[in-house]
Design a protein around this ligand. Structure first.
Ligand code: NDP
Length: 610
């Protein structure tokens, strides 16, 4: 018995019919009409005057006395990275763990994002971590966000992570106290706590961003960002039923992965929906369905790990005997490697490989464009919904409801591409070129600032040994061993996508990182080491390894329409990831744990004598 799966592939263009030259010209034209001179500066942060776009609408803030205490481990970030680290630390016997988050509860991205229609776009059996540990099998192949958020809460309950947890709390500074061997951590609640270890896992796409549209501050109607959904205004819940919009003209700005999920609900429930699109997403078949109870009843211990690794191997181009997932991601694995790792197929020359990649890409994108014609009845609307770029230029989307929404008489697609987006906002309307669209409500599905953990942005100043500032010590780029830790900053670990290897199944990436960190801290406990800190030599060796192996995808990026993947068309240089990809990286971590772990376990006195 296998997991429910599907064949998502409809007809592809035969390879011999692909016209690469004309496609290249069309892609370049579509990119050029969207490139803006202001690049990433076109966006506004949801801080200062726009701070209300980022406030927590889900959990009231409660006042509390500042803390002045000591814990063994402080985990900053209550999403899946922090939660799996906390869980693994509990499993190896760490008692004193404090979880901390700016949100009002656990869940990270699934805490914030509760918009109608929210689902995970990766198969839930591989995406949602610690299913076997918590004793849960998701009810749907692609789980709704609320089910995932509840699972995050269940992880915290299962592993006792609510004990000592602090919510609506942001770390504001961290200073290493060499005499006591602890980090001194201050927060925006006036806390001054000490922690022997600090683990930061505060997300890469967490702060919502707004387009810098002229006049945006003048709008007098209702407005919010998708990651802070205002159900008080719209009514309904994440399953829909937005009855508050029945007499409202609604604008939604943005047609990325979020827009594609939310637009079917807005289209169904608003009196009229205007979809302001700048670049269409590629939208393939989803084919979501409930979990087959016979299949879930047949699962043997270890099933989730096997499934996660199988998925990761396929995406990374590693050999596997079977594809356990068989979905739109595994079917396009070759195309994803353009972005994520280098091509592993060395049986042909680099030129031939590029030609084959491009043909495979064109066939997939032609099929996705053909699907638009098949689903959308109005030919002019269908034309505007077709994505003209290579597959991984933007996050690929999957939906069985999105394109269909444009067949509704109460939904209007407004193409803003020739204007670089929306022209301006007035008190009661959105203006594109010379046309005004009067609306009651504007929903921004305009994404997030990228890579903004407080540590990297400088919002959380970190001072290590001798008061050395982390960002100053990284002024010529991050300096880490395996992305986790840096010399001069003892007992401080970072989770995320920095100098390691990434995947579309980011929850799996975080799980492997969590397990590694827990193993290192466990070993420190066993050996009596006071400090976990890599040597300068080992760190330099790893930084060199990443630099030399990193897959340079800048040519590919330069051909893409602008977006956050290519820093709005300004990306230069290669990635900062380990080129052979996540499976190879995890192998390195395992071998390192077996043979070299003791190198980072040192005594404090010995370190300070250096
Ligand atoms: P994105 O950054 O992907 O999309 C932002 C959208 O806003 C784009 O369509 C963009 O157009 C549009 N936009 C920005 N400025 C303007 C403007 N001035 N006028 C008109 N349109 C504008 O954000 P998302 O929230 O959609 O997705 C972010 C990421 O979150 C995804 O890539 C994915 O990693 C993750 N995600 C994952 C999901 C999952 O199921 N796992 C679901 C949802 C999100 P343009 O493309 O032209 O810039």
């Amino acid at each position: 018995m296998s997991a429910p799966s599907d064949a998502t592939q409809s007809q592809e263009t035969p390879a011999e019919d692909v016209e690469l030259e004309s496609l290249r010209e069309r892609y370049a034209r579509e990119r050029d009409r969207r490139i803006r001179p202001d690049g990433t500066a076109q966006y506004r942060s949801t801080t200062g005057d726009f701070g209300y776009y980022a406030t927590d609408p889900y959990t009231p803030r409660t006042e509390r006395e500042p803390l002045n205490d000591t814990v063994d481990v402080l985990v900053i970030g209550g999403g899946f990275g922090g939660l799996t680290t906390g869980a693994r630390l509990r499993q190896v016997g760490v008692e004193s763990i404090r979880m901390m988050d700016e949100a009002g509860d656990f869940g990270g991205t699934w805490y914030w994002n509760r918009y109608p229609g929210i689902h995970c776009d990766i198969e839930s059996y591989s995406y949602i971590p610690l299913l076997e540990e918590v004793g849960y099998v998701p009810k749907w192949r692609y789980a709704p966000g609320e089910e995932i958020r509840r699972h995050a809460v269940a992880i915290a309950e299962t592993f006792g992570l609510y004990r000592d947890a602090l919510f609506h709390t942001r770390a504001t500074s961290m200073d290493w106290n060499e005499d006591e061997g602890v980090w001194e951590v201050a927060t925006d609640r006036g806390d001054h706590m000490r922690a022997r270890y600090v683990i930061t896992s505060s997300g890469t796409l967490s702060r919502p961003k707004l387009p810098g549209i002229p006049g945006i501050e003048n709008f007098r109607g209702h407005t919010f960002h998708t990651s802070r959904w205002d159900y008080g205004y719209t009514g309904g819940d994440a399953d829909g039923g937005l009855v508050g919009l029945a007499d409202k003209k609604v604008a939604v700005v943005g047609t990325g992965a979020t827009g594609v999920q939310v637009i079917p609900h807005l289209g169904r429930d608003a009196e009229h929906l205007y979809v302001f699109q700048r670049t269409p997403s590629s939208v393939d078949v989803r084919d979501n369905r409930p979990t087959d109870p016979e299949w879930s009843g047949s699962l043997e211990p270890g099933w989730q790990r096997e499934r996660m690794e199988n998925f990761l191997s396929i995406i990374s181009g590693e050999p596997v005997e079977t594809d356990l997932t068989k979905d739109g991601w595994t079917a396009t694995a070759r195309l994803q490697r353009k972005m994520i790792t280098g091509a592993l197929d060395t049986s042909v020359s680099a030129e031939e490989r590029e030609r084959l990649d491009e043909i495979a890409d064109a066939r997939t994108m032609n099929r996705i464009r053909t699907r638009v014609d098949e689903v959308v009845q109005d030919p002019a609307t269908a034309e505007r919904l077709k994505p003209w770029y290579r597959y991984m230029c933007k996050r690929p989307c999957f939906s069985d409801h999105y394109l269909q929404t444009f067949n509704r008489p109460d939904v209007t697609l407004v193409d803003t591409a020739d204007h670089g987006g929306i022209t301006r906002v007035t008190e009661d309307a959105i203006v594109v070129g010379d046309t005004e669209y009067e609306v009651d409500c504007v929903v921004f599905a305009t994404g997030f600032e990228v890579g903004i953990s407080g540590v990297l942005s400088g919002a959380l100043p970190v001072r290590g040994r001798d008061g050395q500032e982390l960002l100053a010590s990284w002024s010529r780029g991050p300096k880490t061993l395996h992305g986790f830790y840096s010399p001069g900053f003892p007992n401080l670990f970072h989770l995320g996508s920095m100098q390691n290897a990434n995947s579309v199944n980011f929850a799996h990436i975080l799980l492997e990182q969590a397990e590694h960190i827990a193993a290192v801290i466990e070993q420190a406990g066993k050996t009596g080491a006071e400090v976990v800190e890599p040597s300068e030599e080992a760190t330099e060796e790893w930084v060199r390894t990443v630099r030399e192996s990193a897959h340079d995808n800048s040519d590919f990026q330069a051909q893409c329409t602008p977006g956050y993947y290519n820093r709005e068309g300004t990306a230069t240089g290669g990635s900062n990831s380990y080129g052979p990809g996540p499976v190879a990286f995890h192998r390195i971590l395992r071998e390192w744990r077996d043979t070299r772990m003791d190198e980072v376990l040192v005594q404090r006195t010995a370190v300070s004598d250096r």
